[in-house]
Design a protein around this ligand. Structure first.
Ligand code: NAP
Length: 304
């Protein structure tokens, strides 16, 4: 029986593990991939206190390395469900079941597909959702970035290190991204914009993407543009399917908590991007993690 199982090893989960271990709880962190979560798909992090600039994968390792020494157990598997048994919970994966007094859900969010013809077919062959993973494969090419938020602009700027040009296509005539990122994008000679427009179809040959049909939403005009790659950043969806029967999410699947990270089920907490919240950042994720671990500690202590 664990005191707490933390599902997900992004910045929220790793911080919860740190605080739980320092409170002498018997803690396991359950993850299906490498520690770091979305930080592993992030080129440069420039707004995490203490670092002027650090790559996402490097910050991931810096958060992860101390945890093993502190006795945090690592479990691997894909979570399929949580059963609430009152004083304890059962966390189920594809091939195991674990008993624990509390669960801290830190599964984060995953990229949302834009849902156009050719997107699925060419994923991995010119369509990508991760500039830091795939950018270097597109050296010297003309790339299309879809979206107008922080991710589209930030990762678009990162792609200029490799690409000949980066064109950002956005469905409105104004970006959603932070001003500082917008200023950099407007000042970068390699970055172009196509406003008020959406991708209609991603086209290619047997091997890879070659062009994209883009529709102007104001005029309805569709034009074809040659691109060697398409990077899609149109937002995030929560990773919460495995709790859909527990009734702790909103309609879109984000988990509802109070400010103490407590869900409507005693002993189940949620933190980081999977939580219904306004600001999804590494800095807010780590804060959530610290709060939830201390709440879990109090809950376990009260259980006796
Ligand atoms: P986001 O902020 O939700 O932005 C999604 C963008 O995609 C918006 O511009 C949206 O257009 C557009 N979009 C959505 N659906 C679309 C569709 N079907 N077709 C075309 N365009 C579509 O998502 P994000 O940029 O991935 O960021 C997610 C969260 O992480 C945000 O809270 C963000 O602040 C945070 N983040 C922070 C940083 C940082 O450096 N601090 C970096 C990356 C991400 P509209 O603008 O018209 O809605």
């Amino acid at each position: 029986m664990y005191d707490t199982i933390i599902i997900g090893a992004g910045p929220a989960g790793m911080t919860a593990a740190l605080y739980a271990a320092r409170s002498n709880l018997k803690v396991a962190m359950l993850e299906q991939g490498a520690p770091g979560g979305q930080m592993n798909n992030t080129s440069d992090i420039e707004n995490y206190p203490g670092y002027e600039l650090i790559s996402g994968p490097e910050l991931s390792m810096k958060m992860y390395e101390p945890l093993e020494k502190m006795g945090v157990e690592n479990l691997y598997g894909i979570v399929t469900g949580i059963e609430d048994k009152g004083d304890y919970k059962v966390v189920k994966t594809d091939d195991e079941s674990y008993e624990t007094k509390t669960v801290i859900i830190a599964t984060g969010a995953k990229h949302r597909p834009v849902g156009v013809a050719g997107e699925e077919e060419y994923t991995g062959r010119g369509v990508s959702y991760c500039a830091v993973c795939d950018g270097a494969f597109f050296r010297g090419q003309d790339l299309l970035v879809v979206g107008g938020g922080d991710s589209a602009v930030k990762e678009g700027l990162f792609l200029t290190r490799f690409a000949n040009s980066v064109t950002i296509v956005h469905r409105r005539d104004q970006l959603r991204a932070q001003e500082v990122l917008q200023d950099r994008a407007f000042a970068n000679e390699k970055v172009n914009f196509i406003w008020d427009s959406v991708v209609k179809e991603i086209k290619g040959n047997d091997v890879k993407v070659t062009s994209v049909d883009i529709e102007n939403v104001k005029t309805g005009q569709v034009t074809n543009h040659e691109f060697g790659g398409v990077f899609i950043f149109v937002g995030l969806d929560p990773v919460s399917d495995f709790v859909k029967d527990l009734g702790i999410t909103d309609e879109a699947g984000w988990i509802i908590t109070d400010e103490q990270m407590v869900t409507s089920i005693p002993g189940i907490f949620a933190i980081g991007d999977v939580r219904q919240k306004k600001l999804r950042q590494v800095a807010t994720a780590v804060g959530d993690g610290a709060i939830a671990a201390m709440q879990a500690y109090q809950y376990v202590t009260e259980l006796g």
